[in-house]
Write a protein that binds this ligand. Structure first.
Ligand code: FAD
Ligand code: NAD
Length: 159
């Protein structure tokens, strides 16, 4: 199977968008990721999958702590910035939760300590044990088939 077929098919799985943030040697680093999921309730675990080519990989391993920030519909530009697709004149500011950098104004910030990691092909799946969560009001940013969307209540599926 060629890569295009796989990517096109996986792109049919509509997701939210997150930015993973961490800090290593006093440098804050962020990376856009949609390969994110909730894993376990007891203990509370989440997972995010990181490409071996990403600079984020080494930083998460060294830092042992990271945050997953679920974006609002107002944060498309940040998603593109942290995917290396655009530059912004204004540098983003980071808040802190348990000393871990988080994206201000995101819908949810989930702060984790590294619980375990598993190499899976050309990615590593990071499992994080959740230390704390900060939630804010807003609507999620959605990603589907390579494009960004917002929720529309008029599009809710009726029973
Ligand atoms: P870089 O490419 O060097 O950094 C990413 C960008 O963030 C750069 O533009 C950099 O300037 C900026 N940046 C980083 N830190 C800061 C800072 N402190 N201040 C200001 N700017 C900063 N890849 C995956 O591995 N897993 C996924 O699940 C995944 N999902 C994606 C979902 C979407 C919707 C998109 C668009 C991309 C996704 N990617 C995913 C691809 C990934 O976001 C990019 O390949 C990204 O560029 C890899 O980042 P990097 O760690 O190599 O660092
Ligand atoms: P796309 O058509 O490449 O991505 C569609 C879907 O394919 C994604 O939502 C993801 O589920 C999957 N995918 C894409 N690249 C992958 C990879 N290297 N490993 C595993 N799954 C992958 O294009 P797009 O949605 O416009 O993405 C823009 C950029 O972000 C591309 O360079 C893409 O490779 C990257 N991206 C990477 C991942 C990832 O590593 N898990 C996820 C999404 C996007």
């Amino acid at each position: 199977m060629d890569d295009r077929t796989f990517r096109q098919a996986m792109g049919q799985f509509a997701t939210g968008v997150t930015i993973v943030t961490t800090e290593y040697e006093k440098n804050v680093h962020g990376m856009t990721a949609n390969a994110f999921m909730s894993v376990s309730l007891n203990p509370k675990l989440i997972a995010v999958s990181v490409d071996h080519r990403a600079k984020m990989l080494r930083k998460m391993i060294e830092a042992q702590t990271f945050a997953v920030n679920i974006l609002t519909e107002r944060q498309k530009e940040l998603s593109m910035l942290f995917a290396g697709q655009i530059k912004l004149e204004k540098t983003p500011t980071f808040a802190r939760l348990h000393g871990v950098p988080i994206i201000e104004d995101s819908l949810v910030s989930v702060v984790c300590r590294l619980f375990s990691k598993k190499v899976a092909g050309d990615h590593t799946i990071f499992i994080g044990e959740v230390i704390d969560i900060k939630t804010r009001k807003g609507e999620p940013l959605l990603f589907y088939s390579g494009n960004y969307y917002r929720l529309s209540s008029s599009m809710e599926v009726s029973p």
